[in-house]
Design a protein around this ligand. Structure first.
Ligand SMILES: Nc1ncnc2c1ncn2[C@@H]1O[C@H](COP(=O)(O)OP(=O)(O)O)[C@@H](O)[C@H]1O
Ligand SMILES: [Mg+2]
Length: 227
């Protein structure tokens, strides 16, 4: 359902050109749990941004179901992104003037035409239990520790119940205990049929994925694990 065909992305920095992606091809099917593991600067966030439709490739194509993301208007692309993806970005998207619970509610509200409040409550209860975030619901983002903020951002991305989860280094600020909570959450979501695509340098987190690719210098260098 996600098909990436030979994409190239470069950035211009003054006179320098940084070739962040140098020909990446990848298929992600419905229900897959795929991790891409690679060092800092290898192009992981760029690839995730391209899959999300936030960064346009210089060359190559990215399909999400019937949509060719790199050919859509910005508006249409934002619509498709909101419809299919729950995205855990490296930098939290929380709105500082709202509490965590308000942030979650608004993220859910914006994504659902049919406002079934019972569905929201069930999903919220599930995420509170899985991530153990009951103690931060009434708190404002600026008052949170890095780990709490990351858990709130994870909950915000997942509250919508989208069919595809994209995650960029979601464990960077988590301690080992919280990484275990996140792993259990991803496994549960995957067992419920969600597609997961994860980029990370953390093998502990990537370990549960059914397919693990090694990423280096803007390219897939090998398959560490395949189901
Ligand atoms: N907006 C940008 N402008 C210029 N260079 C960038 C930009 N974003 C990323 N890069 C560069 O592209 C390369 C890949 O970055 P990135 O995709 O963030 O890698 P990773 O997520 O694996 O750390 C790095 O060399 C980084 O410095
Ligand atoms: Mg990154």
């Amino acid at each position: 359902m996600i098909r990436i065909i030979d994409i190239h992305i470069s950035y211009k920095e003054k006179e320098n050109i940084i070739n962040a992606l140098r020909g990446v091809s990848l298929d992600i099917n419905e229900g897959d749990y795929t991790a891409l593991i690679g060092p800092a600067g290898s192009g992981k966030s760029t690839l995730l941004g391209a899959i999300a439709g936030v960064i346009s490739p210089d060359k190559g194509d990215i399909f999400l179901n019937k949509y060719r993301l790199n050919k859509l208007s910005r508006r249409k692309c934002a619509f498709v992104r909101a419809q299919f993806y729950g995205i855990i970005f490296q930098f939290s998207e929380l709105i500082n003037r709202f509490t965590i619970e308000e942030n979650l509610y608004f993220a859910w509200y914006a994504a659902h035409k049919r406002k079934n409040i019972e569905e929201y409550k069930n999903r919220l209860t599930y995420l509170i239990n899985m991530l153990k975030i009951d103690n931060i619901l009434s708190v404002y983002p600026t008052k949170l520790s890095g780990g709490q903020m990351q858990k709130a951002a994870i909950a915000r991305a997942l509250i919508k119940d989208s069919s595809i989860i994209l995650a960029d280094e979601p464990s960077g600020d988590l301690d080992p205990e919280n990484i275990e909570l996140l792993k259990a959450l991803f496994l549960e979501e995957n067992s419920r049929g969600k597609t997961i695509f994860l980029v990370t340098h953390d093998m502990q987190l990537a370990f549960d994925a059914k397919t693990i690719y090694e990423f280096k210098d803007g390219k897939i260098h090998g398959i560490v694990k395949h189901d």
